[in-house]
Structure formats: structure tokens, C-alpha cells
Design a binder for this molecule. Structure first.
Ligand SMILES: [Zn+2]
Length: 219
């Protein structure tokens, strides 16, 4: 759909007159009229304001020329899943689960955004998979091909030391990269959780009970 039609449709759906929309985005009624006849298209600054007022991304206003993808997790973005800045503007680089309230929701994204974004994150993942597979092969376990994003609260298991003392090694509020595998040698499951600081490999019953730490390695 063309921008002129999109603006007209969204404006009328919101029940706004040309005058009212014009006021909200600081232009004249004539300017709105010219967009809707296709004589002109809004400039970049005005597109931003329209995006906020009409609650659709700039990409949608322009007729969806780009396929938007979250730079953190790689999911395809729809207007309903795009993140927003605290001031209400869309941030079309991220999904709303990876970026909220003006910041990355996951520590791991935060650090990698600082030093080079998605490409660096993929390098980090590949490196981590190599390190993990080395540890797994030493334990006689099959390797992993992919790592998923896991919230700390799900993977922060409590282990019982030989002394009877109970310990946890991870942080519930952090996010880890990890995976679960099954081995033909055992009916237990194997869990992997890693971040920039450490790699943990553990095993547990299929229902998650009786966790046992196999490897804890500082990176
Ligand atoms: Zn995302």
C-alpha cells in the first residue's frame, strides 16, 4: 500500500480529522491533505511523529519496504512486537522483549551492543559452542550445535555438595546461553548454561530433579 493511503486509513481509523492530525504532528492541514493525495510524503522528522501518533512503525507508514528483524534475537518484527523508547517512539531495531524502557533486557545483549552488535554476538556464540563441545567430549557427551537464550531463574539449579551444603552458581536475574541434551549412556538429561564468565554442565532427572554439577569452568 502507498503512504498516502496508509496515512488516510490510519487517520480515519483513529477518528481524527486532517486538522487534528496536523496539529498533533505540528504541520498545517494542507500538508496532511497533500500527503493523502500523494503530492508529497512526510519528511523524516514528521514520519517519526506520525509513527508515534498513529501507533505504527515508520516502516509501515512507508508501505513496509523493509523486513524488520530484531538485532538481538533475530525475530521478524511486526508493529505489535517492535520495541518502544520510553518517550513512546518505536525503536525498529529491536523486539520489545530484547529492548524495553530504553535499555537491553539481557546483559549479554548489552555488552555485545557496546562492542559491535549482532555480528559480535554470533562470533561469541560460535566460540562458546567450541568451548562447550570440548568440555562435553571430555565427559563423553554429544556436542551442541545451537545455544538458546535462557533466563537465569530457569537454569540456576541448587546443587548439594558432599558436605550436604546447598549451593547455586548462577544469578536468577541474568540471562544465559544454553541447551539441553540427552545421552544414550544415561537416562538423565544434561543441561548447559554459559555466559561471558563461565560454563556450567550439569545433569538432572527428566523432571529437573536431583541436579548434579558435572563441570564448572571459568572462561
Ligand atoms: Zn529480540
Amino acid at each position: 500500500m502507498e503512504t498516502k493511503r496508509i496515512i488516510f486509513d490510519l487517520r480515519t481509523k483513529k477518528g481524527l480529522s486532517q486538522e487534528e492530525l496536523a496539529e498533533r504532528v505540528f504541520v498545517t492541514r494542507q500538508a496532511v491533505s497533500r500527503w493523502e493525495t500523494g503530492e508529497t510524503i512526510p519528511n523524516t522528522e514528521t514520519l517519526k511523529l506520525l509513527s508515534k501518533e498513529l501507533d505504527v512503525s515508520i516502516n509501515t507508514l512507508l508501505g513496509s519496504p523493509r523486513r524488520l528483524v530484531c538485532e538481538c534475537c533475530g525475530m521478524t518484527l511486526e508493529d505489535s512486537s517492535i520495541s518502544k523508547e520510553p518517550d513512546g517512539f518505536f525503536n525498529e531495531d529491536y523486539c520489545r522483549w530484547c529492548y524495553a524502557d530504553g535499555d537491553y533486557t539481557l546483559d549479554i545483549w548489552k555488552k555485545y551492543a557496546e562492542i559491535g552488535g549482532r555480528e559480535k554476538l554470533n562470533e561469541f556464540k560460535a566460540q562458546l559452542i567450541r568451548e562447550i563441545n570440548e568440555l562435553l567430549s571430555m565427559e563423553g557427551l554429544p556436542g551442541v550445535k545451537e545455544l538458546n537464550v535462557l533466563p537465569g531463574e530457569y537454569v540456576n539449579m541448587e546443587y548439594t555438595l558432599p558436605s550436604g551444603q546447598k549451593v547455586k552458581f548462577l544469578d536468577d536475574r541474568q540471562t544465559y546461553l544454553g541447551s539441553q541434551l540427552e545421552s544414550e549412556l544415561s537416562d538423565r538429561c544434561f543441561g548447559i548454561a554459559a555466559n561471558m564468565e563461565c560454563i556450567i554442565i550439569c545433569s538432572y532427572e527428566a523432571n529437573g530433579e536431583d541436579p548434579e554439577l558435572i563441570v564448572y569452568k571459568n572462561r
